[in-house]
Design a protein around this ligand. Structure first.
Ligand SMILES: Nc1ncnc2c1ncn2[C@@H]1O[C@H](COP(=O)(O)OP(=O)(O)OP(=O)(O)O)[C@@H](O)[C@H]1O
Ligand SMILES: [Mg+2]
Length: 266
């Protein structure tokens, strides 16, 4: 059963997609890694992205954040091209504006990427102070509230090296949330964790979904996907080959390659 409310809930009724990818192509090392990818994600939706290794899942997430630049096509976040001044794509935005636009997109990586010399709280309030100009006191208060939200109120003064992998990943989620993002991207957020820590991270992600955070998550956690995702998007060889609600995707996959992939992770 899907944990989320129906798409008629208050946050989901806005017609314009919050993420809109049109005909995106990206070549890396001479290979077309994204091959005419188009994807719309509506406000409040949870999309789980799956597919075999090398399919282009990470590249797609990175391109949403302009960590990877597409060769052609458009990527709009809440109507604005992520790395360009306007939809023609003719001119790149400056670094300050890019940082501001990127701040609207939370990115949670497999390997946490926390600053090792900062405490958990500093990791969380650093971005809002530096990029958004939030006053330090306010940013600190928000950071403590967010650490509480991910169950780490008592770890605010700990450094990453003093935290378990699951705790570090929860700090990383709090850090991303501190920027008040419009969408959260997760790239295999539990893959580097010992099995006993996977649940605590998935619990935080479930709660975000319940709070109607728009999310795109690459994950192999198929139980999570069934419960939380509105849509499962399957990528293969740089293309989106299938896009369906979980019950349909798992119960009646249309594409041979989807069937093959699902059989490898079952
Ligand atoms: N910087 C790069 N230079 C050259 N090739 C790259 C680069 N980054 C990714 N690739 C290639 O692009 C393809 C897609 O990679 P990507 O990391 O997006 O796949 P993925 O679906 O996330 O795979 P995985 O499940 O293994 O994480 C792969 O063939 C990869 O080798
Ligand atoms: Mg990847």
């Amino acid at each position: 059963m899907n944990l989320k409310e129906s798409p008629t809930s208050a946050t989901a009724e806005t017609a314009a997609p919050i993420v809109s990818v049109r005909d995106a192509c990206c070549t890396l090392g001479g290979r077309k890694v994204l091959d005419n990818v188009s994807l719309d994600v509506m406000r409040g939706q949870v999309v789980v992205l799956i597919g075999p290794s090398g399919a282009g899942k990470t590249t797609l997430l990175r391109s949403l954040n302009h960590l990877e630049r597409v060769d052609s096509g458009t990527i709009l976040i809440d109507g604005l091209p992520i790395g360009h001044r306007d939809v023609t794509g003719a001119k790149l935005v400056g670094t300050t504006e890019l940082a501001r636009r990127r701040s609207e997109i939370g990115f949670v990586f497999q390997h946490f990427n926390l600053f090792p010399h900062m405490t958990a709280a500093e990791n969380v309030w650093n971005g809002p102070v530096r990029v958004l100009g939030t006053p330090k006191d306010e940013a600190r208060r928000n950071a403590l509230a967010l650490l509480d939200r991910v169950g780490l109120a008592d770890k605010a003064e700990s450094r990453p090296s003093q935290l378990s992998g699951g705790q570090q990943q929860r700090v990383a989620i709090a850090r991303a949330l501190a920027m008040r993002p419009k969408v959260m991207l997760f790239d295999e957020p539990t893959s580097a964790l010992d099995v006993e820590m996977v649940g605590e991270v998935l619990t935080v992600m479930r709660e975000l979904a319940r709070d109607h955070m728009t999310m795109i998550a690459v994950t192999h956690e198929m139980r999570f996907a069934r419960e939380v995702a509105d849509r499962i998007v399957v990528m293969d060889a740089g293309r989106i080959i299938e896009d369906a609600p979980p019950e349909q995707l798992f119960g009646n996959p249309q594409h041979e390659r989807t069937k093959t992939f699902l059989s490898t992770i079952a």
